[in-house]
Design a protein around this ligand. Structure first.
Ligand SMILES: [Zn+2]
Ligand SMILES: [Zn+2]
Ligand SMILES: [Zn+2]
Ligand SMILES: [Zn+2]
Length: 494
């Protein structure tokens, strides 16, 4: 158990959010508001076979006791797997061999619901207190094809095949599936696949596409730490972002409706310009100076129109959705590339291809720039030492563009901001040194210019120190701290 777990929030209830959290005192940015332990952790739906102890991908290795996928003897006895192992062994229900161990295995869809049911039996008080009131959206789920699949793969399987009918009814199994679908969060695992977990208190926090709290999950025990990203006044609602912040309004709202069963009407979704960030904006192909935005982003039937009053160009949200899908598929292919010179060159080519279609800050171009900001200086042929000043400036520009968008859509101390600040320090440092060695600036001016990378590193180190020390962000935070100390020492010796 953690030594001290603060709870700087109250739970309120209204028609819009159901139950939700408000701050019960004034919070500084970065302050720990509460911690929470998962009620259950396990595979996400549609994952390929993975170890039920540690979640690494496995092939042809199963538990000697129950016959379900595990990576080895140690994980056969892992606490996560213990209860279901005994149950599967007793019921003689084995994992059916699959031909392709990299393809989704629906057999595993029952694992997390089963773990939640077993946790309910073990801790009925916590279930009553924290889970029983959770939203399940049963009526909406019943309309979807996944309902029938869950009935067969999970409810029938657990109740009939695993002979759990005396302990759990099928209705309860479906309810648990709904609780997981609506309320669970994705947990990045150290190795292999990400999994999902259900945190009762985190799940109550309301959503906004401009959140004021952030969460981080520790990898050893899956404890979640929830902090304020910005200063929050006592009584203000705590908002978490349930979707990817750097995506355009159509994509965020479709995701929230599909997976969380609500239509987001936050200030960012309601504003055609996305609070001036232009993450959804296109360039007009019919005139020179207009941009294309939704006339009403909250109404799927409303046309997208050109901002130039004389231009008559109109399109539909359906056409926009199609375009976003096509370009996103191209970006997904780029994401699958190994980090190397190609990863940079193909992204630059894609940027070039779409620069006349999208606003320069459109979410899709910005995500390319976000990736490029991280790749320049890190891959073969593009090491920091070798980058010409022009490319260093390009890396710095991309970092600044992304940071200025974060300031609006995910303001305050977030790990994405910490990571981008770390990226920004390097080109600034190299550019200043290059100007000095070319005789363009004096030593005093060099000292002056190096203050900005020091500030970047200091802020990155402070923000990322809150992350799990073994996570990529936590490791970057430690490097930022060391780099700052080295840079300060070199400044002293100038
Ligand atoms: Zn394992
Ligand atoms: Zn087992
Ligand atoms: Zn929204
Ligand atoms: Zn136009």
């Amino acid at each position: 158990m953690a030594t001290e777990t603060p709870s700087h929030y109250d739970v309120l209830q209204n028609d819009k959010y159901g139950r939700y959290l408000v701050a019960n005192k004034d919070l500084e940015s970065g302050e720990l508001i509460f911690t929470d332990t998962p009620f259950a952790v396990g595979p996400k739906p549609d994952t390929p076979p993975l170890c039920l102890g540690c979640y690494i991908p496995v092939e042809n290795t199963v538990c000697s006791r129950c016959g379900w996928p595990v990576c080895g003897a140690e994980c056969e006895a892992a606490p996560a797997h213990r209860a279901e192992c005994a149950l599967f062994a007793a019921a003689k229900v084995r994992f059916q061999p699959v031909e392709d161990w990299t393809a989704a295995a629906p057999q595993l869809d029952c694992i997390t619901p089963l773990r939640l049911l077993l946790a309910k039996e073990n801790d009925p008080d916590r279930w009553e207190r924290e889970l029983a009131a959770m939203e399940t959206h049963t009526a909406a789920r019943q309309q979807r094809p996944t309902w029938a699949a869950d009935q067969v793969n999970i409810a029938d399987f657990l109740v009939d095949h695993c002979k759990l009918g005396s302990r759990f009814e099928k209705d309860l199994v479906q309810r648990v599936c709904g609780i997981l679908e609506v309320n669970s969060v994705e947990v990045p695992s150290r190795v292999g696949f990400s999994v999902r977990a259900i945190y009762p208190r985190l799940a109550i926090s309301a959503h906004s596409c401009v959140p004021n709290i952030v969460h981080t999950i520790l990898q050893n025990d899956y404890q979640v730490l929830v902090r304020s990203a910005v200063p929050i006044k006592s009584g203000e609602t705590l908002h978490l972002c349930y979707t990817h912040a750097l995506s355009p309004t159509i994509v965020r709202r479709d995701y929230l409706l599909e997976s969380k069963f609500f239509s987001c009407e936050c200030a960012r979704c309601a504003d055609p310009s996305e609070l001036g960030t232009h993450l959804s904006t296109l360039k007009c192909q019919k005139c020179d100076n207009g941009v294309i935005m939704a006339s009403n982003p909250l109404d799927d039937e409303a046309p997208w129109t050109c901002s130039d009053k004389k231009c008559q160009f109109k399109t539909s949200s359906a056409a926009m959705r199609k375009l976003l899908g096509v370009v996103q598929a191209e970006l997904d292919q780029l994401d699958a590339l190994e980090p190397g010179p190609q990863a940079i060159e193909q992204r630059e080519a894609t940027l070039n291809k779409y620069k006349s279609v999208f606003h320069p800050r459109h979410a899709l171009l910005l995500s390319l720039k976000h990736s490029l900001a991280q790749l320049y200086g890190r891959v073969e042929g593009y090491a920091l030492d070798d980058l010409p000043d022009l490319v260093l400036e390009r890396k710095a520009d991309f970092c600044r563009l992304v940071l200025s968008t974060f300031d609006v859509i995910t303001p305050g101390e977030t790990r994405m901001r910490g990571m981008m600040l770390y990226e920004l320090h390097a080109p600034l440092m190299f550019l200043a040194r290059s100007e000095f060695s070319a005789g363009l600036i004096t030593q005093d001016q060099l000292k002056d210019k190096l203050q900005e990378p020091v500030r970047c590193l200091r802020e990155a180190a402070r923000i990322l120190a809150r992350e799990d020390p073994a996570s990529p962000e936590g490791i970057t935070g430690q490097i930022a701290q060391q780099s700052m100390e080295q840079l300060l020492a070199s400044l002293d010796s100038l």
